[in-house]
Design a protein around this ligand. Structure first.
Ligand code: URA
Length: 243
C-alpha cells in the first residue's frame, strides 16, 4: 500500500501532512525530547502473599511459559466469558511495543490482538511510519481477556493482569513503549492520565521511553483527532530515529 493511500486512509491529505509534520517537529519535539522523562511512580504495594508469589513466578517465565500461563489464567472473573486469552503478537525482541486496552470480540475469537476494525487502523498507523506488525513490533494489551460488552477493564482486572504485561515488557526490552488510550497509559504510568494533555510528552516506564496516543477505536469514532494521532506518530518516529 502506498504512503499516499495510507495517509488517505488515516484521513490525512499529503499537503496537510507536510505542513503538520514540520510544525510538529518544530513545536513539540525538541522541547519534549529534551525534557526529563516524567518519573514512574512506585509500583503498587504488594497485596496478599499469594499474589506476590504469583507475580514472582510470572516474572521468571520465558515466552512459552508465559503463553501457557495466560491461556490457563483464572486470576479474575474475565476468564469466565472468554473464548481464549490473548497474550500478544509480534517480535518478542522488538524495539517497538504498542499496548492497547483489551481484546474485543474478534480478538477473543482469533487469539490475536487488534485484528478487528481498530486493528486495521492500527496497521495503517504503523505502516504510515514504515512499521509492520511482527517486524520489530510487538503488540500487547493491558488485559488479556475480553471484558463483557467491551467495557473498560476494572482496576482489579488490570491489577491481576499486570504481571503478564510486566513480563512481556521485560522479555521484549523495547526501546519505545506506545500506550494506546487511557487505560494503557494509566496502567503503565500508574496515575491518572488524560490523553489530550499527555500526548506529545516523553514519559518513561522502568527507564524505557513511553509515548501516549489515542486508541485506534477512539479515532474511528473521532475522525478529526486522526490529525493529532499523525503528529504523535511523527513524534514516535522522531524519538526512535531522530528524523
Ligand atoms: N482494542 C484493544 O485495545 N485491543 C485489541 O486487541 C483490540 C481492540
Amino acid at each position: 500500500m502506498s504512503r499516499a493511500r495510507l495517509l488517505r486512509e488515516l484521513g490525512l491529505g499529503p499537503s496537510w501532512r507536510l505542513r503538520d509534520q514540520a510544525a510538529a517537529a518544530s513545536a513539540a519535539l525538541p522541547e519534549a525530547a529534551a525534557a526529563p522523562a516524567a518519573a514512574t511512580p512506585a509500583p503498587p504495594a504488594p497485596t496478599a502473599p499469594a499474589a506476590d508469589d504469583r507475580a514472582a513466578a510470572i516474572a521468571a517465565m520465558g515466552w512459552e511459559e508465559l503463553r501457557a500461563a495466560v491461556a490457563a489464567c483464572r486470576a479474575c472473573s474475565l476468564c469466565q466469558q472468554r473464548q481464549q486469552a490473548v497474550l500478544g503478537v509480534g517480535d518478542g525482541d522488538a524495539d517497538w511495543l504498542f499496548v492497547g486496552e483489551a481484546p474485543g470480540a474478534e480478538e477473543d475469537e482469533r487469539g490475536e490482538p487488534f485484528v478487528g476494525q481498530a486493528g486495521k487502523l492500527l496497521d495503517a498507523m504503523l505502516a504510515a511510519i514504515d512499521l509492520r506488525r511482527g517486524d520489530n513490533v510487538y503488540i500487547a494489551n493491558t488485559v488479556k481477556c475480553r471484558p463483557p460488552g467491551n467495557r473498560t477493564p476494572e482496576p482489579e482486572e488490570t491489577a491481576a493482569c499486570w504481571p503478564f504485561l510486566a513480563r512481556q515488557i521485560a522479555l521484549t526490552r523495547p526501546k519505545l513503549i506506545v500506550a494506546l488510550g487511557r487505560p494503557a497509559a494509566q496502567t503503565l504510568l500508574r496515575r491518572e492520565v488524560k490523553i489530550g494533555a499527555a500526548r506529545g510528552q516523553l514519559f518513561e516506564h522502568g527507564g524505557i521511553p513511553l509515548i501516549v496516543t489515542y486508541h485506534p477505536a477512539y479515532l474511528l469514532r473521532n475522525l478529526p483527532d486522526k490529525a493529532k494521532a499523525w503528529e504523535d506518530l511523527c513524534f514516535m518516529r522522531k524519538t526512535m530515529t531522530g528524523r
